[in-house]
Design a binder for this molecule. Sequence first.
Ligand SMILES: [Zn+2]
Length: 309
Amino acid sequence: MVCIIADDTGVLKRITAQIPEVKSVTLIVMNYYLVLIQFLFTIVALFLFWQSVGYFRRMWTYKRVKAMPFPKHYETILQDIHQYQTLTPKHKEKLYFLILLFIDQKEFVGAKMTITDEIKVIIAFYACLMRLGFEVGEKDNVSTIIVYPEHFLVDDSHMTDGIHHTRTSVLEGQSANGTVAISWQDIKLNIAQRSKENVIIHEFAHELDFEDGLADGTPLLENSNYKMWSEVFSKAFTSLHELTDMHKDSEGLTLLGDYALTNEAEFFAVCSERFFETPKALKKYFPDLYEELKRFYSLDVKELFSSKS
Ligand SMILES: [Zn+2]
């Protein structure tokens, strides 16, 4: 106390001298926060503006496409597809809109071939059939479809233990980063043979799987839970692997085929093919898998293809 009283004048002088400095520091800090708040506000406003522009552009596109008549020759092209023949008028109506929107919005590129309406309509049909249970625009990440006349060659290079490997693969389909490449010859063969395989569904299933950034056979799930999905898919994948390791066969293994066991991503893509091509058989041999896919695609395909009311 004595010391404070003795130094009272000096202390007061010192404090008085610091007031303008404190004021200016406070002002600088306040200005800094104001600029920061203004900056954040501008970012949020720009984001909302951009979202609104995107929303209104989408709505305008939907309205424009909805007003377009579905060309008669598109319908003729679809007559050869067995799934189309079994669809109800209500589902056909939704598909017509989705197909027109798909053709309007996606870029089709012919690799040494001309893109015809038949190619566009058939690819759009299967890609949209997979999205029949989704909201319009939901999980829609493919922007470009490259069509090859037949199987195509892809060079793949990678490093293992410091050694550079290059491999050339012959493919009927490939997908990455919103681009799907497909062989037209294989599409036509799948349809003509009413095959359990479908290269369009396979490649678009990969794109759905990639939505979360991982090619792991588990897409983003909204109607299911990851634990259940993982248990069901792992159980089927592992038990089929065990069968092949023991050189045993089963009807389930015959249905899915060896290629499905390449990895989890291929397993999901192949199961998606069977879900849309042979739903009855998939439900019979893998009822749990069928249920998970039904929840994911928001579609009971078996019922869809058997009711025509
Ligand atoms: Zn694949």
